[in-house]
Ligand binder design. Structure first.
Ligand SMILES: [Cu+2]
Length: 454
């Protein structure tokens, strides 16, 4: 099955292949998954890729899956040809074949990589892993910073009673027209309810990544003095948080302090949607207490590599989201033809951007290299969406008309039902870039388009 890999030995291999993982608690069978691997057996999440800002990432990607695939490097402001956004930026990699990825990761931060072909199925089968770009200047161990970091990959799986993935419902239009394909088993780093060690008083940087296909994850760490320090890899001024909402594909870096005189266990809680917070992992305090850090958290070093948007005369674009259950849409254009709701649904389409479902034949907009784009995004549906722009990070300017004072910079933003968000970014990366909902059931069923920077 595995194809011979010859040639340039300086390209290490990243492989996607069927594997097995103990996702359900011990005592249940292992789950057949699809997994990435480098030198060892495939794991979920995939092996951590770690480098420093400005360093090159080089992999000969080998597809040992029974389906074509491609690898997207989420959040990396990457060279277009390496974006992995099949079929827009590259052809899919057929089973048994390979593709060489070679790019520079320009900015520090918490990122991830995942399949970008049939992603609603392939990511749900396990094809996702963390990509960590370390800070340009020392931060760990400095005054007020953490002494250690921990990557937490949160995932959501739809498992049957034998702990196998529920098959045959990849095209579930009911799920797609609601909140997407929800799982029933949440894992942290591929395990159910893991215990995570922390020393009393220890300050730890969590790099939290939501790789779920559709589940928006509100999380909380009560008693751990959580302070947010980065969103989608981009540093923010440290701020206390009680809860954190992570949409699919979003990341947050959070500093926590191990308790010195509290409980031995501190829960990582998730709200599955009914405001009944459930424990998905626990920090277990053990070992010698450490000297507590002061109340102040040291900010992360700035990127210093992102141009500020020119807001005086930007190119104005709008993105209106329609569709889904309960409100629906009477008609939309699909493959160049106006269709009514029934015909759209028979084509698997239940969502539209600006009245067009899954618009791949032409860009949503074009812009000149270096121009600031101001994008007003209005969600006219009854469901939240997680809108992701490839190749760029954007500033969130307003949310429902209210100024977003924090100046948060993101690559994926959650937009609630009936909400309008204004974002802006400098289109400084030439190429064709996907713009889609990262709730992958929504992406599949219409919420997909692209823009061109030239
Ligand atoms: Cu969506």
């Amino acid at each position: 099955m595995a194809p011979p890999v010859f040639g340039d030995q300086s390209f290490p291999v990243l492989r996607a292949s069927p594997a097995s993982a103990q996702l359900a608690p011990l005592g249940y069978p292992a789950t057949p998954v699809w997994a990435y691997s480098t030198d060892k057996a495939g794991t979920v999440p995939g092996p951590e890729i770690r480098l420093t800002a400005g360093e090159r990432v080089r992999y000969r990607f080998v597809n040992d899956l029974p389906q074509p695939t491609a690898v997207h490097w989420h959040g990396i402001r990457i060279e277009n040809a390496m974006d992995g956004a099949a079929p827009l930026t590259q052809a899919v990699v057929p089973p048994g074949e390979s593709f060489d990825y070679d790019f520079v990761a320009p900015d520090p931060g918490t990122y991830w990589y995942h399949s970008h072909n049939r992603s609603w199925e392939q990511v749900a089968r396990g094809l996702a892993g963390p990509l960590i770009v370390e800070d340009r200047e020392p931060w760990l161990g400095e005054d007020g910073a953490a002494t250690r970091e921990m990557v937490l990959v949160l995932d959501d799986w739809l498992l049957n009673a034998d702990a196998a993935l529920v098959e045959g419902r990849w095209d579930d239009l009911h799920a797609a027209s609601h909140g997407g394909r929800m799982g029933n088993s949440v894992t942290v780093n591929g395990s159910a309810y893991p215990d995570l060690d922390i020393r009393p008083g220890e300050r730890v940087r969590l790099r939290i990544i939501n790789v779920a296909t559709d589940r928006i994850m509100p999380i909380a760490l009560p008693g751990m003095s959580s302070r947010l320090i980065a969103l989608d890899g981009h540093p923010v001024a440290p701020r206390e948080i009680e809860t954190l909402v992570l949409g699919p594909a979003q990341r947050a870096d959070v500093v926590i302090d191990g308790q010195l005189d509290g409980e031995k266990r501190a829960s990582l809680l998730l709200d599955p949607g009914n405001r009944e917070w459930v424990e998905i992992a626990a920090f277990v305090h053990s070992g010698e207490p450490m000297t507590a850090s002061g109340p102040d958290v040291r900010p992360l070093p700035a990127w210093n590599s992102l141009k500020a948007p020119e807001l005086l005369d930007p190119q104005r674009e709008t993105l209106v989201m329609d569709g889904g259950a309960m409100r629906g849409m009477s008609e939309a254009v699909f493959k160049g033809r106006t269709m009514d709701f029934r015909e759209l649904a028979s084509n698997g389409m239940v969502w539209a951007f600006n009245g067009v479902a899954h618009k791949m034949d032409s860009p949503m907009f074009r812009t000149d290299l270096g121009r600031t784009v101001h994008l007003e995004m209005s969600n006219h549906s009854m469901f939240p969406h997680a809108i992701h722009l490839h190749g760029h990070h954007f500033e969130v300017l307003t949310r429902s008309g209210t100024l977003n004072r924090r100046g948060d910079v993101r690559d994926t933003v959650v937009i609630g039902a009936d909400e309008t968000i204004e974002i802006a970014f400098v289109a400084d990366n030439p190429g064709v870039w996907m713009l889609h909902c990262h709730m992958l059931s929504h992406q599949k069923s219409g919420m997909m388009g692209w823009f061109e920077v030239a």
